[in-house]
Unconditional design. Sequence first.
Lengths: 546, 225
Amino acid sequence: MTGRWRLSLALLLLCVQSSLPSVLTAASSYQFTAYRMQQYHLGQQKHGCRGAIVVAEARSADEPVLTRRCVVMKVSDLTTEKYLEAQRQNAAAIFILLPQNTSNLPFDTVQSFMVSESEVLQRETLIPVYVVPEDDQLLCMYEEVKQAAASRASSIFVRVLRSMVTAMGFQILVGSNSPIKPITDNTLVTLEGVLPGAGLDLPTIIITAHYDSYGLAPWLAHGADSNGSGVTILLELARLFQRLYSNASTRPQYNLMFSLTGGGKYNFLGTKKWIEENLDHAESSLLHDNVAFVLCLDTLANSDALYMHVSRTPRPDSPMHSFIQHLEEVVSSRFPWVGLEMVHKKINLVESTVAWEHERYSLRRIPGFTLSHLEDPKSELRGSILDTMSQVDFRKLKRNGVIIAESLARFMFNLSDKGTPKEVQVFKGHMDFQDSRLSSLMSILTSVPRATQLLDKEPRQMLLVNSLEHEFRRYLLQVHRHTFRQDKRHEPEQILPFSSTRVKPAAFDLFLGGCIAAYLGIVYYAIQNFGYLYTKLKSVLKTKHA
Amino acid sequence: MTLFHFGNCFALAYFPYFITYKCSGLSEYNAFWRCVQAGATYLFVQLCKMLFLATFFPTWEGGAGVYDFVGEFMKATVDLADLLGLHLVMSRNAGKGEYKIMVAAMGWATAELVMSRCLPLWVGARGIEFDWKYIQMSFDSNISLVHYIAMASVVWMFTRYDLPKSFRLPVTVLLGLCVYKAFLMELFVHMFLLGSWTALLVKALLTGVVSLCSLFLFVTLVHSN
């Protein structure tokens, strides 16, 4: 009878166990999402990280041994040395904790992080690099592993005690098993619109800015200054000049063409394709004929310096030269504290990266220059995940916009003989740059990460591109949306779910087993001698009653 | 080593039961089958309680976070069925008082261990994630064993025809404490916001007090004549 009962119990346990593995994987660990570093080929060079799967224990960056461990560091910890060290030791993964509010970070931290970020992106690595937004649980984990690293220095007794009893390890697992597939059918969108001038066969001025962003992790690249500022100024210029053009008495004798290009952070591919489309494939285009010059806007929301990047010094009788003179006039007259400089950089055809957008035009013999507050095209400020609204100074953004607008107006209407820029101000009063519009445009642009990889697939990003097109249609005529296929390959940037489970070191189990054995020994002793207690109690009561 | 951890928790939970069974002399009386019967009665009583609760106590839509004292009190009252179940088991076993108490308590507590603790331990303690609650669960099962022995002895004393008048009140009070122990524990945790280890300690103390009192009364009763 009992034998059969035992057999049925055994069968029951077996059935239960076989159905349990799925339950087991849903163990109570802490779930979080992590953003993978981007990965792409550009020309011959590969950038970014190739790996994605992580099954490793978390360790602080201070520890000497990082092999096959997951290195957890904060934004302030990331340096190129530590990164290279982790690479050299074949770490399993690198996790960077990003604070919720990046505006609270001190300036040097931001600078050093941006520098490390740009260096990290230059190379290719097999180690997966993830950026994780901070929260309490992850900060707890960070503190724990940091303490574990710090205790390496203390005495051996403390270390053994820690490892046996109080230490808590963290195992980090990736939550999905789907392999990373490369995407090859990426598309770029370039928008164009025109304000036609008064008359026929007029020269054209092109104002252009690229609207995509770049950073360590595409889902976190908001690109406020670079190049949300350029897009904002461009849209405001479109609105203000549309007012001038709408009135026949104030319509200048220049066509004003605006262009928002995609793929700017990847060697200005959108610009290149758009120029090709207009020059080689279109029957008639404003680019064919008389182009006075191209003004490219790139990163204009900070700093009291302005640089005009040219690939060839403009000839003294060219429209570009004249416009540059107007720029200098406006700056020296109204904003003398702004340092305006020309930077002459020859186009190097051998170099793999295109420095500024005007170089694409110069290659096709269209004169142009780029206006930026950055002097170095390789500046780390041009592509960082910390490029958020905290990097934007709205007063300087407005001031730069006013400089450009006034210079354009003075150039187009030839206002030099009417008075100095201080006396004759076109854009003021109801024609002034609106602060509210500037800030709302910036907020919209930074609310959604504008990385090139995401712009053609994700719904919110596509909505943003549609909104930009809508803005163009509001103010400009002959608005076209060009869609180009991209010829660079990259892997899809996934947001991957992760789980971090708390584990105890192996020695702890043994220690606990020892404690439990001791406890059971005490229990055994107590139960064995229970009878003794019973008789003692009996005798006490008997004496009481007797 | 997580299977090791499961082994730790299981040993912590189960060994006292095993030791109690062996040392209380039940094995000499071939009481194994009777203990299993007591366990079956436990299952039956739990089923009835669940049906009763589901039928007559719909989910309270009280404010979230507000501890529904009255509701929980009523639910705890249903635990009186435990007493009836214990009484049923004991009345069907012939023998000395101690024998009846031990059989009933052992069977009841073992059934509770198997039903409510084995599965969480198997699923949880074997996982990668470490949590102290499994050790606490095992300690809790030890405390439950003592609790059920005390409860069985109090029920036995209550149903004795030769119970002196002076004992009626203490026995009833102890009976009430036994039934509402879970309710009192939740009350303490809510009011004093006790941590999990502190709550375990309080539970152990409460059970210890109840069991000592019942032991005292039992010895007095049995050896007073």
